[in-house]
Design a protein around this ligand. Structure first.
Ligand code: SF4
Ligand code: SF4
Ligand code: SF4
Ligand code: FES
Length: 949
C-alpha cells in the first residue's frame, strides 16, 4: 500500500483579507476573495476531480476535468480557474458534469499505456485515481489510433526518469520549473496532439539547463517524471519528517522509507523554510549515508604510520581518554581541545563543548564557523546585540529592494534562491555586489538593477561609499535613528562616512566600481521601500570581515530597514547548523547563548548545572591550536564531524600541526582528510541515523529524526557521552530531548524550547522564552537586543594580501550547487555527474595573455603554495580575478590560501589570495606528496586488523 498523499487544495491560498460567502452543493462556505471554486470546495471536504491543478502552482485550466456548474452562469467552467464571488451557487456533481469528466478521462487514457500493474507509480498516480473517481469503465476510442506509446525514455538524469509515453501534457512540470524553481528549463513543444514536454532546446535533461531540483518530478501527476529510487525499489511504506543536513536553508523533508531503507526524500509541504521545495542535494544526494566507504567500527593506532586496529567501542573510547589524560598530565591542562561541527546537531555540539569545558577543564573549543561566519557573530552582536540574522526567509516576499552581497544564493542556498527569484519576478529591485557575474545578475526573468562588480577585498570601501551617499544626500531616516539608536555613536559614524575620501568617486579607484552605479544603488536601497540585505561568505571571509558586517548593519539602521518584515540583515549560513553550532557555545570565549566566559553570572549558572568550576579565560581558537601544536604545547584534539585538513586555510601548515599532535580523535562518517592524521577513529552517524535538532539561517530550530539505526551502532551524542564518562566527567542522558532540556535551562534564548513544543509547532525560531513562547520570526521590532542600535565606524583598511608583478591575479573561492563544503558527502553521491573536479575559472583576456586554453592544466601559485587545476575560461570572471571551488581534496585550493584573517575573529581571508597562473604539465609538488600520503593512508585502512565479531 502506498503512502497517503498530502491534501492538495488544487490552487494556492489567497492572501486577501476580504471574505466571500458562497454555496457549494448546498453547503455555505466562507473563503478569502480570490480563492478558486476548487479550493473553496476542497476547504469543506468536496474534492473536485483535477489533473492540471495543484496547490503549489497557479491554476492553468488545461485538462477540463474540474468542470462545475454555476447557477445563472453559462456552460461548465473549470473550477480551478474560476474565482468565487459573493452569493455564488456552485454544483460540483451532476450527470452532465460526470459525462464531461468521463469524456476527458477517456481521451487521456486512450493515449496512455495500460501498464498500471507494473507501473512504478501504481497506487500513487493521480491519473489512475481520477479514472476511478470519474467512474471510467471503458475507452470507446480504442488504443489503436495515433498515440505516444512508443516515445523514448530519457534516463540521462542520475536521479529521475522521464517517460514521455505517460505524459498527459498537463504542464505541471513546466510551471513548477518556472514558478517554484525559477529555472525555466522546460517547455511544451509543438501543438495539439504533437505537444511534448521538452527540456531546453530538445535536449536531454542532463544536457539542458535543468538543475535537478526535483520540483517537476514532485508536480507530475503520473509516472512520466519519477524518481529512479521508486522505479528501483517500489513505493515506500512509511515516512518520517526530518531536516536536510546540507545547507543553512534547513529544508524540511519526508524521508520515505521501506523498512529502514530510504526510498526517496520528498520536500515537506508544511516545511516552514522550504514550503515543499528542494534542491538537488537535499532531494537526491543522500546515498552517501549508506556508501561502502562508511567506517562502522571504531579504530585505534599509536602512530599515523601504523595500520589501523578495529576495536570495541569501549576499547577505543578508553584509549582516547587515557591518551588525553596522559597528555594533560605531561603537558598541562590546556594541551588538549575539541572542535565542533556545523554539520552536527545542536545537542551533539552542546555536548562536545561541555566535554571540553567540563571534561578537559579548559575552554579550548572552537568550531568550523570560525572559518565562515564568525564575523557575523561578532559584527551583529556589536551593532544590534544578537549574533544572528534578523528575519524569516518568507520575509523576502515583502521586500521591495533586495541587496545581495558576497553570496550566491542560487548555488549556495538554492531553495531560498528560488524564493528570492520569485519575489524578483514579482517586481522587487535587485542590487548585487559581487566580483563575479553570479546567476542572479541575469537569469530568466531576473536582471539585477545594479551589479557592483567590485574587486575582491574592497567590500568595506564599497559599503562606506554607499553610506556616504545615504548620509550626504539626506537619505538617513533620522527619526528612526533618533528613537532607536545610540545617537553619539551615530554622529561619529555620520561624520566619518561623510568625509570626501569615502565618496563613491574617491573609492572608485579602490573598488573598481563606477561612482554613478554606487550612487544609484545607494539611492535605491535607501528610498525603494522595504530593503533587505542578504550576505554570505564573500562578506565574512576577509581580513575586514567583521568590519563589513558592521557596515551592513550601519546601512540597515541608517535607513530604518530593520525591525519589520521585508527588511533586515540576513547572513546566509553555509552549512546546515552554523547558526546552531555558534548558539551552543562552540567558541572558546562564549558559553551557550553567546555569554562570555568571563561573565561570572553566566558561569555560575552553568557551573551549578554541570557541577564543575569553569575557566574564566577564553581558550584557544583553531588557528591558535595549530600554532600551539607547532610550538609543542598543544598535543591532543577531539574533532566531531569536522575536516580541518581540507577545509582550513594554508593546508601545509594545518597538516604540519596535525602531525605534531600525539592524539587526534576523529569522529566522522568516512576516513576524511583529517582522519588520515588521526590515532582514534570513532564512527559517527549520518543525519538519517540520529535524533536532534538543526538551527538554520533564520534561527529556526527544526527536528532531525532517526529514520534508520546508526550503521556504527551509536548516535554521535552517545559517543561523546561515553568519552566524557571515560575521561572522568560523568554525563547521563537517555535521549537528545534531555540534552535540549538542559540547553533550555542554561540558555535564555532557548528557555521555551522543548521537543514537545517542536512536535507541536514543527519548528521554532529563537528567542523562544516567556516573552515569545512560540518563538521570534522577526527580531529587533521595538528595540534592538542591545537596547540602542550601535553604529560602528568602519575604516577601510586594505588587506596586506596585494597583487604584485609576481602574483598579479586575485584568487577568490566559493562553492557550486551540486557539492557541499569539503565534498565528503556529495562526492559520494551521483552529484559528481555535474562536477567531477574543481576547475579554475579565468577571464578570456587573462587566459589569452598566458596562452591558456579551456581545459588546460594550469599551475596556481601564491605566497603560501602551489596547486594545479584545469582551466575553465569564462566571462563570469572579471579580468584580474580567478575563481575556484574547494570540494575535492586533491585540488588543494587551501594550499594556496594564506593565513591572513579577520582582525576580530581570525576568520580566514579565503576570498583574496594574490596568485600567478601559468600552463603546466604535471601536478604540483604538494599534490604529488598529497597523493602519496593519501594512498598510503588508504592502504593502512585496507590493512586494518579486524575486530572479533
Ligand atoms: S528538476 Fe527542477 S530545474 Fe530540472 S526541469 Fe525539473 S523543475 Fe526544472
Ligand atoms: S511530464 Fe508530468 S507534469 Fe509534465 S506535462 Fe507530462 S504529465 Fe504533466
Ligand atoms: S536548499 Fe539547502 S537545506 Fe534545502 S534541500 Fe538544498 S541543501 Fe538542503
Ligand atoms: S484541474 Fe482545472 S482545468 Fe485541469
Amino acid at each position: 500500500m502506498s503512502l497517503p498523499r498530502d491534501k492538495d487544495y488544487g490552487t494556492p491560498v489567497s492572501a486577501s483579507d476580504n471574505q466571500i460567502t458562497l454555496e457549494i452543493d448546498g453547503f455555505q462556505v466562507r473563503v478569502p476573495e480570490g480563492t478558486s471554486v476548487m479550493r473553496a470546495a476542497s476547504s469543506i471536504g468536496i474534492e473536485i476531480p483535477k489533473l492540471c491543478a495543484t496547490d503549489s502552482l497557479e491554476p492553468f485550466g488545461s485538462c477540463r476535468l474540474c468542470v462545475v456548474q454555476v447557477e445563472g452562469g453559462r456552460g461548465y467552467p473549470a473550477s480551478c480557474t474560476t474565482p468565487v464571488y459573493e452569493g455564488m451557487k456552485v454544483q460540483t456533481q451532476n450527470d452532465k458534469l460526470a459525462q464531461i469528466r468521463r469524456g476527458v478521462m477517456e481521451l487521456y487514457i486512450s493515449d496512455h499505456p495500460l501498464d498500471c500493474l507494473t507501473c512504478s507509480a501504481n497506487g500513487n498516480c493521480e491519473l489512475q485515481d481520477m479514472a476511478g473517481t470519474v467512474g471510467l469503465r471503458e475507452v470507446r476510442f480504442g488504443y489503436e489510433g495515433k498515440n505516444h506509446l512508443k516515445s523514448e525514455k530519457d534516463l540521462s538524469n542520475p536521479y529521475f526518469a522521464f517517460d514521455p509515453s505517460k505524459c498527459i501534457v498537463c504542464s505541471r512540470c513546466v510551471r513548477a520549473c518556472e514558478e517554484t524553481q525559477g529555472t525555466y528549463a522546460l517547455t511544451i513543444d509543438g501543438r495539439g496532439f504533437d505537444s511534448v514536454v521538452s527540456p531546453s532546446q530538445h535536449q536531454s535533461f542532463m544536457d539542458s539547463e535543468c538543475v535537478s531540483c526535483g520540483a517537476c518530478v514532485q508536480a507530475c501527476p503520473t509516472a512520466t517524471l519519477i524518481e529512479k529510487g521508486i522505479v528501483e525499489k517500489g513505493q515506500p511504506d512509511h515516512s518520517i519528517v526530518t531536516t536536510c543536513a546540507y545547507c543553512g536553508v534547513g529544508c524540511s523533508f519526508k524521508a520515505e522509507m521501506k523498512g529502514s531503507e530510504v526510498v526517496r526524500m520528498v520536500p515537506d509541504k508544511n516545511g516552514q523554510a522550504n514550503h515543499g521545495h528542494s534542491c538537488v542535494k537535499g532531494r537526491f544526494a543522500f546515498g552517501y549515508a549508506t556508501h561502502p566507504d562508511r567506517i562502522t567500527k571504531p579504530m585505534i593506532r599509536d602512530n599515523i604510520g601504523d595500520p589501523w586496529r578495529e576495536v570495541s567501542w569501549e576499547e577505543a573510547v578508553d584509549y582516547a581518554a587515557r591518551r588525553f589524560k596522559e597528555i594533560q598530565g605531561k603537558y598541562g591542562r590546556d594541551s588538549v581541545g575539541g572542535i565542533t561541527s556545523s554539520r552536527c546537531t545542536n545537542e551533539e555540539t552542546y555536548l562536545v563543548q561541555k566535554l571540553v569545558r567540563a571534561g578537559f577543564g579548559n575552554n579550548n573549543v572552537d568550531t568550523c564557523a570560525r572559518v565562515c561566519h564568525s564575523p557575523t557573530g561578532y559584527g551583529l552582536k556589536v551593532t544590534l546585540g544578537e549574533s544572528a540574522g534578523t528575519q524569516t526567509f518568507d520575509s523576502v516576499m515583502k521586500a521591495d529592494v533586495i541587496m545581495v552581497i558576497g553570496a550566491n544564493p542560487t548555488d549556495g542556498h538554492p531553495v531560498f534562491g528560488s524564493q528570492m527569484k520569485r519575489r524578483l519576478r514579482q517586481g522587487a529591485k535587485l542590487i548585487v555586489a559581487d566580483p563575479r557575474n553570479i546567476d542572479l545578475v541575469r537569469s530568466p526573468h531576473v536582471q539585477a538593477d545594479y551589479h557592483l562588480k567590485l574587486r575582491p577585498g574592497t567590500n568595506v570601501a564599497l559599503i562606506n561609499a554607499l553610506a556616504h551617499v545615504i548620509v550626504t544626500e539626506g537619505l538617513v531616516n533620522e527619526d528612526f535613528v533618533e528613537a532607536r539608536c545610540d545617537t553619539r555613536e551615530y554622529a561619529k559614524w555620520k561624520a566619518f562616512v561623510a568625509q570626501e575620501r569615502n565618496s563613491p568617486e574617491a573609492m572608485a579607484a579602490v573598488t573598481g566600481v563606477a561612482a554613478e552605479l554606487v550612487r544609484g544603488a545607494a539611492r535605491l536601497y535607501a528610498t525603494g521601500g522595504n530593503a533587505a540585505i542578504y550576505y554570505g561568505l564573500g562578506v565574512t571571509e576577509h581580513s575586514q570581515g567583521s568590519t563589513m558586517v558592521m557596515g551592513i548593519a550601519n546601512l540597515a539602521m541608517a535607513t530604518a530597514n530593520i525591525g519589520r518584515e521585508g527588511v533586515g540583515v540576513n547572513p546566509l549560513r553555509g552549512q546546515n547548523n552554523v547558526q546552531g553550532s555558534c548558539d551552543m557555545g562552540s567558541f572558546p570565549h562564549e558559553l551557550p547563548g553567546y555569554r562570555h566566559v568571563s561573565d561570572p553570572v553566566a558561569r555560575a549558572l552553568v557551573e551549578s548545572v554541570w557541577g564543575v568550576q569553569l575557566q574564566p579565560e577564553p581558550g584557544l581558537r583553531i588557528p591558535n591550536m595549530f600554532a600551539a601544536a607547532l610550538d609543542g604545547s598543544f598535543k591532543g584534539l577531539y574533532l566531531e564531524g569536522e575536516d580541518i585538513a581540507q577545509s582550513d586555510p594554508d593546508t601545509q601548515h594545518v597538516h604540519a600541526a596535525l602531525r605534531a599532535m600525539e592524539c587526534v580523535v576523529v569522529q566522522d562518517l568516512f576516513l576524511n582528510e583529517t582522519a588520515k592524521f588521526a590515532h582514534v577513529f570513532l564512527p559517527g552517524s549520518s543525519f538519517l541515523e540520529k535524533n536532534g535538532t538543526f538551527t538554520n539561517a533564520e534561527r529556526r530550530i527544526s527536528p532531525v529524526r532517526k529514520v534508520m539505526p546508526p550503521l556504527g551502532g551509536k548516535e554521535d551524542w552517545e559517543i561523546t557521552v561515553m568519552l566524557s564518562n571515560a575521561l572522568g566527567y560523568p554525563m547521563q542522558y537517555d535521549h537528545p530531548s534531555q540534552i535540549m532540556d538542559e540547553i533550555a535551562r542554561l540558555t535564555p534564548s532557548f528557555a521555551g524550547v522543548s521537543y514537545a513544543k517542536l512536535d507541536q509547532l514543527g519548528s521554532i525560531q529563537w528567542p523562544c522564552n516567556a516573552q515569545a513562547p512560540e518563538g521570534t520570526p522577526v527580531m529587533h521590532i521595538e528595540e534592538f537586543v542591545r537596547g540602542k542600535g550601535k553604529f560602528a565606524v568602519t575604516e577601510y583598511v586594505p588587506t596586506t594580501e596585494r597583487t604584485s608583478s609576481k602574483y598579479p591575479l586575485i584568487l577568490t573561492t566559493g562553492r557550486i550547487l551540486s557539492h557541499y563544503n569539503v565534498g565528503a558527502q556529495t562526492r559520494r553521491t551521483q552529484n559528481v555527474a555535474w562536477h567531477q573536479e574543481d576547475r579554475l575559472e579565468i577571464h578570456p583576456h587573462d587566459a589569452e595573455d598566458r596562452g591558456i586554453r579551456d581545459g588546460d592544466w594550469v599551475g596556481i601559485r601564491s605566497r603560501a603554495g602551489e596547486t594545479v587545476l584545469r582551466a575553465l575560461i569564462t566571462e563570469r570572471m572579471q579580468p584580474g580575478v580567478v575563481y575556484t571551488t574547494f570540494h575535492f581534496p586533491e585540488s588543494g585550493a587551501n594550499v594556496i590560501t594564506t593565513d591572513n584573517s579577520d582582525w576580530a575573529t581570525n576568520c580566514p581571508e579565503y576570498k583574496v589570495t594574490a596568485v600567478q597562473v601559468m600552463p603546466v604539465s604535471q601536478p604540483s609538488q604538494w599534490q604529488q606528496q598529497y597523493r602519496a600520503f593519501s594512498e598510503r593512508q588508504l592502504d593502512l585502512l585496507e590493512q586494518r586488523t579486524v575486530a572479533d565479531a
